[in-house]
Design a protein around this ligand. Structure first.
Ligand SMILES: Cc1ncc(COP(=O)(O)O)c(C=O)c1O
Length: 449
């Protein structure tokens, strides 16, 4: 359907456009390459479309300005880290107040109780521990699961992403065997020693992976969000929870991205009962943080096995975890920014964004599908929703994606670099969304020729 020669020509045009409008970013990048591998402070930042990443001068709400003075509507929002909008006023105020009262002391502050209570209210799990990132929360949830079950294996879903946790970076090879995923660097052991991978929405596969009785935990997102959006089929998640119970495995739900559906994520919306829930990114309004909540039963089992004498090695560690600054940021973000009212607005905008994308897909007869997840939307280069991560991955089209991202960037829109995902913040406006719909339509029109 897409003429590849035409696509190459269009891409060349956008490359030239990018170079002409980002001269100062180009200068900054030249200097950056001398002091950082790939010229970026963190490897993912090398993945942006264009010859180099934009350097940001300032960001506020749903917008940012690059060092050349170009303005953008930010639909990536720090890949959910700034789902609150950049520098939300209540979070900034709480951070400013806390900065002059001490940043970290490795002692609890009142905010720890407030934040834990709020998380318990939202997600239904009574007890909470804090980490520095969602990655850490997942790693510790897995460690505790192994501790209390005495079992070694974990189950993850094919094409999942839970941060840089070695044993979750597995995939299925063509024959159904668990292998290390491309790009997984430095895994300490072959991944089939630690992990079983199964497809999303596959209950029979889940049960056979649990049957040997050696599984400590199932770690999953309630809807997949890192290979496009893949929704759970009716009853799937509840059935997974029941299987986990039947085979004595801990059920860990990662709500880091799926909080886009509402204040209590899909766990609250669907009345799920995980043993452990992990989350990070948005809940700190951009300040690094992560957390995991657990049932009293899980906490009791952990307590039985972690004596005070060895708590520094057996506990979650991370010296800066639970620091006063991130707890102050979380308190303000949860209570004043990621509110019920703001979610209502963000979800309406998410639907509006998807409506705009759907309209262009229909008008130009493109074989693409736009999936919705509350304040989040994403289109996939196949005509129907994917049922599994494997199916979504197979619909990937790197060349096309690179073009679309660069074209929209030049038009003033930043999409998440790894896929065609857009996220709405409380500061995003209908005008922002409509501007995207217009630009997206123009792009599709030119693409089909
Ligand atoms: C579902 C999910 N869990 C965990 C993480 C890890 O978050 P962080 O990089 O903040 O540790 C991510 C990051 O994209 C994620 O998408």
């Amino acid at each position: 359907m897409i003429n590849r020669d035409r696509l190459k020509k269009l891409h060349k045009k956008e490359e030239a456009r990018f170079l002409a409008r980002t001269l100062k970013s180009r200068e900054r990048f030249k200097a950056a390459k001398d002091v950082m591998p790939g010229g970026v402070p963190m490897s993912w930042m090398a993945k942006w479309p264009g010859a180099y990443p934009l350097f940001v001068a300032s960001a506020k709400g749903a917008h940012f300005v690059d060092v050349d003075g170009n303005e953008y509507i930010d639909l990536c929002l720090g890949d959910t880290g700034s789902m609150t909008g950049h520098s939300p006023a209540p979070t900034v105020k709480a951070i400013e107040e806390q900065l002059s009262r001490g940043i970290t002391a490795m002692l609890p502050t009142d905010d720890a109780v407030l934040v834990s209570s709020e998380l318990a209210r939202r997600f239904g799990l009574p007890l909470w521990q804090f980490t520095v990132s969602a990655t850490d929360a997942n790693r510790h949830a897995i460690r505790y699961s192994r501790l209390i079950t005495g079992k070694s294996k974990i189950i993850v879903i094919d094409r999942c992403y839970h941060g840089s946790v070695d044993e979750t970076f597995a995939t299925l090879d063509g024959s159904g065997k668990t292998v290390s995923r491309e790009g997984n660097i430095g895994a300490p052991v072959p991944l089939d020693e630690t992990t079983r991978v199964i497809e999303f929405n596959d209950l029979a596969g889940m049960e056979s992976a649990l049957k040997p009785g050696d599984v400590a935990a199932i770690l999953m997102e309630p809807a997949m969000t890192n290979v496009g959006i893949v929704a759970p089929e009716d009853g799937y998640l509840v059935a997974v929870g029941e299987l986990a119970k039947k085979y004595g495995a801990v059920w860990i739900i990662d709500e880091t991205h799926t909080i886009s559906v509402g204040p209590g994520g899909m766990t609250k919306d669907l009345g799920l009962k995980p043993d452990i829930l992990t989350i990070g990114k948005a809940i700190g309004g951009g300040i690094p943080t992560g957390t995991f909540g657990m049932t009293r039963e899980i906490a009791g089992e952990i307590a039985k096995r972690t004596s005070r004498e060895v708590i520094d090695t057996g506990g979650i560690g991370g010296t800066l975890a639970g620091n006063a600054l991130s707890l102050a940021a979380m308190r303000a973000t949860l209570i004043e920014v990621l509110t019920e009212a703001n979610f209502k607005k963000m979800i309406a905008l998410g639907n509006r964004w998807c409506d705009g994308v759907d309209a262009a897909i229909r008008e130009f007869g493109l074989p693409w599908y736009c999936n919705r997840l509350g304040a989040r939307g994403e289109y996939l280069f196949q005509a129907k929703a994917a049922r599994t991560g494997g199916e979504a991955a197979a619909a990937g089209d790197f060349e096309l994606e690179q073009y679309i991202h660069l074209r929209l960037l030049n038009d003033g829109f930043l999409l998440t670099p790894f896929h065609n995902m857009a996220l709405m913040s409380p500061d995003t406006t209908e005008a922002d969304v409509d501007a995207h719909s217009k630009a997206f339509r123009e792009m599709c029109k030119e693409l089909v020729g």
